[in-house]
Design a protein around this ligand. Sequence first.
Ligand code: BG6
Length: 487
Amino acid sequence: MIKPENQILVIFGASGDLTKRKLLPSLFELFDRDMLPERFVILGVARTPFTDGEFRQQQKENLKTFLKGGQPDEQQLERFLEKVHYLGFNSDQAEEYPVLAEKISALRQEKDIPDRLIFYLATPPQKYSTIATALQQSGLSRPGRENGWRRIIVEKPFGSNLETARKLNHELRAIFREQDIYRIDHFLGKETVQNILVLRFANQIFESLWNRNYIDSVEIYAAEKLGVENRGKYYESAGALRDMIQNHLMQLMGFVAMEAPSAFDADLMRDEVAKVFRALHPLSVNDVIRGQYITGKAGEEMVPGYREEKGVAPDSATETYIAMRFFIDNWRWGGVPFYFYTGKRLQESRSEIVIHFKNVPHRLFSGICPHSSCNELVLKVDSPESISLKFGLKIPGSFFEVKQVSMNFTYNSLCNTYIANAYERLLLDAMQGDSTLYTRTDALELSWRFIDPILKEWEKDPLKGLTFYPAGSEGPEERKWLLHCNL
Ligand code: BG6
């Protein structure tokens, strides 16, 4: 593999949770597999004043806690930490940016790194536009030399509705070129999600069945056992629709429903996803069931309801669960219902895509299949990642009685294959200048356009239609309405 060019990664929000849990562990993994640039600096910036040494010490402890797969080699850790630097400064204050510019320039000179910078905004979203504007005012948003470049990675949530997303896009695009803006959706970095494309477009057997003639319905699940943890304050302003549907589940659906691009190129790929989003049938509020967890039993333990969580209003109307049904108005998918299910504090964690194929035209045998047809393709996105193809076979010894069986492929059966986590993959892509797995402006705005009418309806009457489900259950009973009401 060709390593990325020498560059500096500046992380805003370096003392935060994302940096310690995801960014630095992923960067360490890349370093450990020798995939980082030859000359590379990670410059963490945040308000707290630390020396490089103090920051490194703190991150060393964090790495030991958050690196998956055992304790890292001490010497490798030290070598990695040599690349990590820190600057304590207030990113809200435009007048402080010259200090950042000086620090970057000193590091570039010392390490002999060209004028290539990635800014990673791992800060609260309210700061994105302030930081981008201050980068522009200080001249940091523009490369000075011919072989220089700038890239900016922005975390979700990207806006809170169509209007704010548009505004933010407008502000960022006035400063950075579209191809230099990397809107991250970590689901797209998951190996299994990328594999949807390979499964579909490298295999004639699936792709020829991948349409309304053979597919009965598509279900996409992202169910979690955990509650909102310590993110109550953020979650109050988000809810499941913004937190999971507008980004992660929409992107999964885009990969499932898109046409094959003519080449595997960032823009051609993202054109196809945008076309799917453009073809979405407008949602009606009746197609969306929302729920909130109340106290219940998670495993053996009684856990509090959402309204009792830290940072959550006691009368909160924020949804922690969504089940919804929708259609794509195009030739391939006309009439095929798609379902999203996502929620917190559910009975089991489950991230998967289930393609239900149509039943045979005439049933010859009796038997048990959970759905009307025996044929399903299940793409399991969370660990242990797998793909299962289900079909009906005769129960041995019985008369012609059919049972659903499953042919399974699990990724961990591929020995010696390291499965990189989503952030590793996406960070590496951004360092390489490959934005294929990042969200483009049009798709982002189209996804907001899709859910905006629902958000507006709920704003008018925050409690209308809000259902409740006990923690540890499968979600509100009302979710079943979607399956049974007329199409
Ligand atoms: C995040 C959401 O984007 O994705 C969280 O904000 C959610 O609420 C998480 O828990 C799920 O991601 P993963 O990779 O753990 O399935």
